[in-house]
Design a protein around this ligand. Structure first.
Ligand code: ZN
Ligand code: ZN
Length: 277
C-alpha cells in the first residue's frame, strides 16, 4: 500500500467560530487523529470583515487568537502537530477579514471567497438571484483572493464551491474550462494552495458510485492541470464531522491525480510554526 497523502487537516473549526458548537475545542479532534491517520491539525476559525463588530467586545482577530492559549497548553500533551490558522472572509465591497499586518499571528491563512450563505446581510447589495450571477461573483472573488498577499502560506478553502447556494450544480457546471484554467493559473502564480475538501460529497451536486462529486473532481483536476499545490481540509465544526472523512479525502486526491510532490509546503514537518515563536 502506498504512503497516505492525507495526514494533515488544515481546515477545522472550534467554538471560537460562532457557527460551531460550544462544545468543540481543539482538543476535541485529537482522540480521533490516530484512527484518521492525521498527524498535523490546523485550526482555522472564521475571521469576518475587519470593520465589523467583534464578539464579547473584542475584535474577530483577538477572539480567534484565543486559540493560541488552547494550543500552547495542548502541545505538551500530544504527538499531533498543531498549527494556528484562520479562515478569512473576502466579501465584495468589504475589507478582507484579516489585515496583512496581522497575518504574522498565524502559521497559515485560508481565504474563503465562496461563502454565498451570507447574502441576507453581507451580500445584501449584490444581486445573487440566479446561477449565472452567483457564478460571476464567485469567479471574481476567487481571482480577488488570489491577489491578496499575506506574506504567510495562504490557501483557498472549498475553491469554487458556492456554499449554501440553491443552484449549486448549475453554478459549478457552468464554469468553462477556460475560466477554470484562468483561475487556477492565477492561484499557481500567486502561490495559493487549493483545498481538497469535504464538499466533494455534500449533496449539492450529483455524486458518483464512490460518493464523490464529478463536478468538484473536475474543478480540482483543473487545479492539478494548472500545477497548483494542494492541502486537505474537512471543514469540520465538531468531531463527528472529522471522523471517517480523511479516507474519502485521500480517495479524492487519488482521483484528481495529486501526489506527494503536489502538497503544500506548509504541511511539511520541517516548517517551524510561527505560533510557537
Ligand atoms: Zn468556509
Ligand atoms: Zn470553514
Amino acid at each position: 500500500m502506498s504512503t497516505p497523502l492525507c495526514t494533515t487537516d488544515l481546515h477545522l473549526h472550534t467554538n471560537l467560530s460562532f457557527c460551531a458548537p460550544k462544545t468543540t475545542f481543539a482538543a476535541s479532534y485529537l482522540p480521533l487523529c490516530a484512527g484518521e491517520g492525521i498527524r498535523t491539525v490546523g485550526i482555522s476559525n472564521h475571521l469576518y470583515a475587519a470593520e465589523k463588530n467583534g464578539i464579547d467586545g473584542v475584535s474577530y482577530l483577538d477572539y480567534a487568537l484565543r486559540i493560541k492559549d488552547e494550543i500552547t497548553a495542548l502541545r505538551p500533551t500530544t504527538d499531533v502537530r498543531l498549527l494556528v490558522g484562520c479562515e478569512v472572509e473576502t466579501f465584495p465591497g468589504q475589507e478582507p477579514g484579516l489585515h496583512p499586518a496581522d497575518a504574522h499571528h498565524f502559521d497559515y491563512v485560508l481565504l474563503a471567497p465562496s461563502h454565498m450563505f451570507n447574502q441576507i446581510y453581507w451580500y445584501r447589495d449584490i444581486d445573487l438571484s440566479d446561477a449565472d450571477k452567483v457564478r460571476t461573483v464567485m469567479l471574481e472573488r476567487f481571482r480577488y483572493a488570489c491577489m491578496l498577499d499575506y506574506g504567510v502560506p495562504t490557501g483557498i478553502c472549498h475553491p469554487l464551491y458556492p456554499i449554501c447556494c440553491p443552484w449549486e450544480q448549475e453554478v459549478v457546471d457552468g464554469i468553462t474550462d477556460e475560466e477554470l484554467s484562468d483561475c487556477f493559473t492565477l492561484a499557481k502564480q500567486t502561490k495559493k494552495s487549493i483545498e481538497i475538501h469535504a464538499c466533494l460529497w455534500r449533496q449539492g451536486t450529483a455524486l458518483d458510485g464512490e460518493g464523490l462529486s464529478p463536478s468538484y473532481l473536475r474543478i480540482l483536476s483543473a487545479a492539478k492541470a494548472a500545477g497548483c499545490k494542494f492541502h486537505f481540509g474537512s471543514d469540520a465544526h465538531a468531531p463527528e464531522a472529522f471522523a471517517g472523512v480523511h479516507a474519502k479525502l485521500e480517495r479524492a486526491a487519488e482521483r484528481i491525480g495529486v501526489g506527494k510532490e503536489d502538497l503544500w509546503e506548509v504541511i511539511a514537518r520541517t516548517i517551524q510554526p510561527a505560533s510557537l515563536q
